[in-house]
Design a protein around this ligand. Structure first.
Ligand code: PLP
Length: 419
């Protein structure tokens, strides 16, 4: 009998039955068809490797003490400790932490915080409170209605277009076009509620990389126009780009910071939206209509918070940044042989992430080659899931040099077959 499960971002008519995964350890998954090297960190969440002992231990211990509790009017130690820990390591100026459970909800919360802030501040110059959102071309912020609105429009959300709200879309600040983006931002930011960005690299939109200086300039324009800056670090956070947070490379502090994926080391779902004091303060009032009206049943689940607290412990107790630097260097070495290979273009790297576009006639996210490539890699014991013709490698930080060789040898072999 075929499975009743409907899988995410999966065209069931075109893909073989989902592979049954039985276990995971380090950079590897144990499946019904054999072992797979998890070269995309299970959708970019696994940072240290599957089942880091400290995180597993923390989950077990917390499950034995308190599994779940309503988070309105109640709190618990893992949530309290984690919030303090996050504020300590986050870019300066962030003072409050709102929990949710996925990257999409972290961003929804950020957008709602921004609009709540402007609503509670009241109209400016007898006008309406600010409500305009500015976002980048190729952006991806999630799959809920608000996050799809902020994200790039395309085949993923065409059916839902009537539900999406308008945003001001800035061209991606590609090399040579940065000043155009900044000039448009200068105009758009006047009277805008917020600019939302994926700092330094736009992930699902195609692994597009831009310079820290541009992020810094965008932040300066936001500051000058009092437009809130939302940094969506759901993917970039926790070391992916070479530093703990990508914002650090630009030396900026956003007004709102979204974290998810690697927050628990990728073990269990949890997200956090951090904000500056003035955003919390705008909601702080004896007037109940100024409450931040957002919740989900599992807000700040104690087990998830305990896992995230253990993750912060690993960052503190283990040389994670050194590991990240070593991985980044190894990734750079592996990429070198593709630089002159005319079957590829856009060979690029940021921190631990590499990407390269396979030159095929039907480029783009719906390129047929994507499904074939995924299956090709899986047959070679690798979990890689190209974005259209863009192959990217985003492994857990525990991956070894030999394991990376397996990945890049297969990419070379794929070029022979598909390009
Ligand atoms: C930058 C960014 N924001 C938000 C999300 C959405 O996260 P989630 O899939 O956990 O809802 C993603 C997911 O890939 C992402 O890359």
């Amino acid at each position: 009998m075929s499975s009743p499960v409907w899988h995410p971002f999966t065209q069931h008519a075109l893909t073989p039955d989902a592979t049954l995964v039985k276990a995971g350890e380090g950079a590897w998954l144990d499946t019904e068809k054999g072992r797979l090297l998890d070269a995309i960190s299970s959708w970019w969440v696994i940072t240290h490797g599957h089942r880091h002992p400290q995180i597993v231990e923390a989950i077990k211990k917390q499950a034995d003490a308190l599994d779940q509790v309503i988070f309105a009017g109640f709190t618990h130690q893992p949530a309290e400790d984690l919030a303090r820990g996050l504020i300590e390591i986050a870019p300066p100026g962030l003072s409050h932490v709102f929990y949710s459970d996925s990257g999409s909800t972290a961003v929804e919360v950020a957008l709602k915080m921004a609009l709540g802030y402007w609503k509670n501040r009241g109209p400016e110059n007898q006008g309406q409170p600010r409500s305009r959102i500015i976002a980048l071309e190729h952006a991806y912020h999630g799959d809920t209605i608000g996050t799809m609105s902020a994200g790039a429009r395309g085949v993923f959300n065409a059916a839902y277009e009537p539900l999406l709200f308008d945003v001001v879309r800035l061209p991606f600040p590609a090399r040579g076009r940065e000043q155009e983006t900044l000039a448009l931002l200068r105009d758009a930011a006047k009277g805008a509620a917020a600019l939302i960005v994926e700092p330094l690299i736009l992930g699902a939109g195609g692994m597009h990389i831009y310079a820290p200086e541009i992020l810094r300039d965008m932040a300066a324009i936001c500051r000058a126009t009092q437009t809130l800056l939302i940094a969506d670090e759901c993917m970039t956070g926790f070391g992916r780009t070479g530093t703990l947070f990508a914002c650090g490379q630009a030396g900026i502090s956003p007004d709102i910071l979204c974290l998810a994926k690697g927050l628990t080391g990728g073990s269990v779902p949890l997200a956090a939206t951090l904000c500056a004091a003035e955003i919390f303060d705008a909601h702080y009032s004896t007037d109940r209509s100024r409450t931040f009206f957002h919740s989900s049943s599992f807000t700040a689940n104690p087990i998830a918070c305990a896992a995230a607290r253990a993750n912060l412990g690993i960052w503190q107790g283990e040389p994670v940044l050194e590991r990240v630097a070593a991985l980044a260097a190894r990734q750079e070495e592996r990429l070198a042989r593709f630089g002159d290979d005319r079957r590829f273009s856009g060979v690029r790297r940021l921190g631990t992430i590499t990407a390269l576009d396979l030159n095929v006639p039907d480029a783009g996210y719906l390129a047929n080659v994507a499904l074939e490539l995924s299956q090709f890699f899986q047959a070679r014991g690798l979990l890689l899931r190209p974005l259209g013709n863009t192959i990217y490698v985003m492994p857990p930080y525990c991956v070894t040099a030999q394991e990376l060789d397996l990945v890049y040898d297969a990419i070379l072999e794929a070029a022979g077959k598909f390009a």
